[in-house]
Design a protein around this ligand. Structure first.
Ligand SMILES: Nc1ncnc2c1ncn2[C@@H]1O[C@H](COP(=O)(O)OP(=O)(O)OP(=O)(O)O)[C@@H](O)[C@H]1O
Length: 230
């Protein structure tokens, strides 16, 4: 279980408070108005922003003082962060070792992940030789080889068209079902939440609220969410 206890995160002059738990294996969408602090929340959990107060725990272990790379966390950004001069396999391999010194076992894991996201035979291509959807799959494969307990996705598929986005969300759902990972995904689209998330964290008015069942929240949105959903 991920537990944020009486947390306060400072991002420049912006403050976000959070006091909530996410159960192991949950699929949680993080939604709320623009600038409300969704990315701030995700980046603090990943270790890229410090906590000004409170404790962050995963299964009882305090993550607060742990460097980002040591946390049981893998993060996927909107642009996928692919390196254009590296091949698909190398981009995925970075998830295992930053210096890309991979042994036979590592290389097999990379190939397995590349195949699992549907890019069989494309390991030698450069990102420029892939479609937008295929590039998203490479980024997802890199997250997959990291084998972390908690996946943090920050609007990962916002640049894709609706059909492709739905396909990617379904792939993420399949992958986390296979691995048992816990998902927290920032999205601006309530349909994404309905498609993939069983719970929603609403970030609004300086606070990340405790997760609520997706349908319950979206069918009866509180005022801050209603204004945002329009
Ligand atoms: N480096 C920074 N210095 C000062 N303020 C910042 C910094 N980064 C973010 N902020 C502010 O923190 C607040 C929260 O930003 P954040 O990116 O977390 O919001 P968000 O909910 O993810 O927004 P969006 O949906 O538009 O991506 C915003 O008001 C933003 O202006």
């Amino acid at each position: 279980m991920l537990k944020l206890e009486k947390c306060r995160i400072s991002n420049g002059g912006f403050d976000l408070s959070a006091d909530l738990c996410v159960s192991r294996g949950a699929r949680v969408a993080v939604i709320g108005p623009s600038g409300a602090g969704k990315t701030t929340l995700i980046e603090a959990i990943a270790g890229f922003l410090p906590f000004a107060a409170g404790t962050l725990r995963w299964d009882g272990q305090d993550l607060g003082a742990m460097a980002p790379g040591k946390r049981p966390v893998a993060m996927l950004f909107q642009d996928g962060n692919l390196f254009p001069h590296l091949s698909v396999a190398q981009n995925v391999g970075l998830g295992i070792r930053a210096d890309l010194r991979l042994d036979t076992q590592d290389t097999a894991r990379v190939e397995q992940a590349v195949n699992r996201v549907g890019l069989d035979g494309m390991g030698d291509r450069k990102p420029a030789a892939l479609s937008g959807g295929q590039q998203s799959r490479v980024a997802l494969a890199r997250v997959l080889v990291q084998g972390r307990d908690l996946l943090l996705l920050d609007e990962p598929f916002a640049a894709l068209g609706p059909a492709l986005k739905a396909e990617m969300l379904d792939l993420v759902a399949d992958l986390i079902a296979e691995t048992g990972a816990t998902l927290m995904m920032v999205s601006h689209d309530p349909n994404d939440a309905r498609r993939i998330a069983d719970q929603v964290i609403l970030v609004a008015d300086g606070q990340a609220h405790a997760p609520v069942a997706t349908a319950e929240l979206l069918d009866n949105p509180p005022p801050a969410l209603r204004a945002y959903l329009g």
